[in-house]
Write a protein that binds this ligand. Structure first.
Ligand code: 13P
Ligand code: SF4
Length: 332
């Protein structure tokens, strides 16, 4: 598509209003402008929306996303949209969840390599074996699982509602998969025995308690917010533990001026742009899966709607997996 230099200038100014706060130059906004203009025009033509997780890069979040949020908010938004096409700027389990909740829509994931170490760390067979080992024990799965795994579980949860979902069960002992650290953190929080699995998030597992201790001694007033996928040793040093939406809410409601977010870099970038008066001390790490998504591959799927990027889930799996997610939405 050809755009006039006035259109490009105007779009670059729109991008610069947000990206400039993150150190992007006006020139780089100008370079990205034709791409964001084309994507936004195609969205209108095709009645498409782009849902983006907070870990996506700022050019996606501020350039083309229609809705940005955590796994819970994205699922809820996907279930309600009237758009014909959903392009998911996130990872595969998120796009699958959107398809499960709104099956009549076409859902595209711009890179099929956008996986997740947690979702890839457990199979439906593993869950069947756990169920045989611990019969009559309810099974809660984190949303970071494949549709096949969800189909074997009683209910799903996200970082935003995990404690609430766990506490909704009368039993003292529950199966909670697949994140080992999250199960340990939630067990401490809820007082329930959680039979876990061994999968870990490759981003959050690497944060180290010594780094946090030294930041605390250098900046005594900094508020440390850790994602619940971090190890219990890290979580215990934090002022608050939760999901990305909990971190955002904490920053919004806090009178503190500096924060350290123990999570993926995308969230720090986003909060830096949203709260320019607050200081965010760098501790973040990049998720290689989230970063598979780019403006270029978003444009590609919108233009060509390639079959290989379209999410499809076998009906027998979808029926069972949808129930687990719907139960979560009904409780939350
Ligand atoms: P949130 O639901 O907290 O945004 O987490 C998603 C995720 O993948 C964390 O690594
Ligand atoms: Fe998965 Fe961790 Fe990446 Fe989130 S940050 S998508 S949990 S690998």
């Amino acid at each position: 598509m050809a755009f006039s230099s006035a259109d490009i200038e105007q779009e670059a100014s729109r991008l610069y209003a947000k990206l400039g706060k993150l150190g992007w130059s006006f020139d780089s906004c100008q370079a990205y402008a034709p791409l964001t203009l084309e994507i936004n025009q195609l969205k209108k033509q095709k009645n498409a929306i782009i849902l983006a997780h907070s870990y996506q890069t700022p050019d996606i979040i501020y350039g083309v996303a229609d809705f940005v949020g955590d796994s819970y908010a994205l699922s809820s938004h996907a279930s309600k949209t009237s758009a014909s096409i959903i392009v998911f700027a996130g990872v595969k389990f998120m796009a699958e969840t959107a398809k499960l909740l709104n099956p009549s829509k076409k859902v595209f994931l711009p890179s099929m390599d956008a996986g997740c170490s947690l979702a890839d760390g457990i199979t439906a067979e593993d869950v069947k074996k756990l169920k045989a080992q611990f019969p009559n024990t309810p099974v809660i799965c984190y949303i970071n699982t494949s549709a096949e795994v969800k189909a074997e579980c009683d209910i799903c949860c996200t970082s935003a509602n995990a404690a609430k979902i766990i506490s909704s069960f009368p039993q003292d002992s529950l199966i909670f998969i697949p994140d080992e650290f999250m199960a340990k953190n939630l067990s401490l929080q809820t007082g329930k025995k959680l039979i876990g699995w061994t999968a870990k998030c490759i981003v959050h597992q690497d944060f180290n308690k010594d780094t946090i201790k030294s930041i605390k001694s250098l900046f005594p007033s900094v508020k440390i917010l850790a994602h619940s996928e971090c190890s219990p040793q890290v979580a215990q040093l934090a002022d608050a533990v939760g999901g990305t939406s909990d971190m955002e809410r904490f920053v919004r409601g806090s009178s503190a001026s500096s924060f350290m977010l123990i999570t993926e870099c995308g969230l720090s970038d986003r909060l830096r742009a949203e709260f320019p008066d607050k200081q965010f001390i760098g501790a973040c790490s990049l998720c290689p899966y989230m970063k598979k998504i780019s403006l270029k591959n978003i444009l590609h799927v919108l233009l060509h709607e390639p079959k290989e990027n379209e999410i499809s889930i076998p009906p027998e799996v979808a029926i069972k997996a949808r129930k687990a997610i719907q139960k979560m939405l009904d409780i939350s």
